[in-house]
Design a protein around this ligand. Sequence first.
Ligand SMILES: *Cc1c(COP(=O)(O)O)cnc(C)c1O
Length: 504
Amino acid sequence: MGQLTQTSQQNVNGFLSNSGDSIAAYQDAIATAQQVVIDYLAQQTRPYSGANPDELTQILATREICPEGNQQLKEILNYIGETILNNSVVVSHPTCIAHLHCPPLIPALAAEVLISASNQSMDSWDQSPAATLLEQQVINWLCQLFGYEQTSDGIFTSGGTQSNFMGLLLARDRYLRDRFNWSVQQQGLPPDASRLRILSSAVSHFTIRQAAALLGLGEQAVIPVETDSNYRLCPHALTHELAQLYQQNLLPIALVGTVGTTDFGSIDPLAELAAIAQNNGLWFHVDAAYGGALMMSDRHQHKLTGIECADSIAVDFHKLFYQPISCGAFLLKDRSQFNAIALHADYLNPQTNVEAGIPDLVTKSIQTSRRFDALKLFVSLQTLGRQGFADLIDTTIDLAVQTAQLIDGESNLKLVNYPTLNAVVFRYCPQQSCHSNSINRQIRTTLMENGEAVLAQTQIGQQTYLKFTLLNPQTTVDHIRQLLHRIQHLGHQLELTGTWNMRE
Ligand SMILES: *Cc1c(COP(=O)(O)O)cnc(C)c1O
């Protein structure tokens, strides 16, 4: 073999290894990256800089994506700190409360260092020996946490989107196998596929419709079921919908229960839904992406009673488990259902491995190369303990309840939901209601542009509402009180000056 040229030798030193040069470069790079993060946090007094897309485009246009030669890492990271980080939403800021977007736990950030440096790939055992076994142990613990028996199993996923997709995929394939003796994996969709139906509440997550579309059933397959006044799926309405479907000779295959709807945090009555699913031979999938973490809390766990009856469960850790994105899991009551997606590649996970008892997690996943995200959850569970997570959850739900009480006590604010989780939906009510949608939208935009607060908005019927998602344990009732005053003040000003017109 020829000698390495000087530049390629330099590039070889750019990899992590046990050579002295490599270790020094690694330590230096990680320390620089940490310093950039620390500087960024130190500068953030607001949840967002307020820059709009045009301004950001200009800021970023100055740098070539791939220069011809090399550059100093330190300079690059500093550039990123100034341009990207300084124009990022500050998830740890107490008034960054728009979405299910959490501040990450420090132990999980430390684990990320190990995950990326060791770069295990979770598809086959020979690419992640100990990591495979730890993921499996964490999965076994999760199955227990959700009240599953020994026959259960699961897999880490990128999040709720993937977990919901897997649940409905297995639901479709079990139904067609059992009723039509049809293998979708082998034969594709049968001619009758357009008759299959999935039921979920009218406020379930859009990924349920997305999954139906991707599964070749079309969004038409998802029947939205009416909710009660607390935005929970109404069992009476469900029974009624089912009767109608049977009458139209359609084929209901699955029922989706939601634990924590995105807008209201409402939790469907799982035990009742489980019974209806069982009586009708439906696969019962629970989308607990948001609210699954309530299983950690003595005070709130009871809200999920019945989840142990679900055929499958989606749970996210990058929401109420405070993990950096991405981290989620799909849990399955009867592990043999994974057979519907099992594939064996001779190079990766040959059938002989199964016989030899070598666990290749790829047989349970729709991803191939996959990160060892189970590790960061494990490190966080170890560090905080069950009680630590329970405290975080209890605190944020208490704050949501207090927030709802504050809103309820103000005559020019209208509360929509009494929180079961930590989402609070409300609106500013101007004296003249004809401009109320524009005023509420403008309040949100102004707070974002001023970098004062990052809120969400949502639509109920024809009306625009504001939403707080109180995930951050560092947000206090004083932050909320101040923010509500600002909202009232802005609303009042907009009413007086009529400035809402200018932007719409
Ligand atoms: C967040 C969420 C999803 C989507 O999950 P991702 O992790 O973003 O893929 C699905 N359902 C519910 C209820 C959610 O809250």
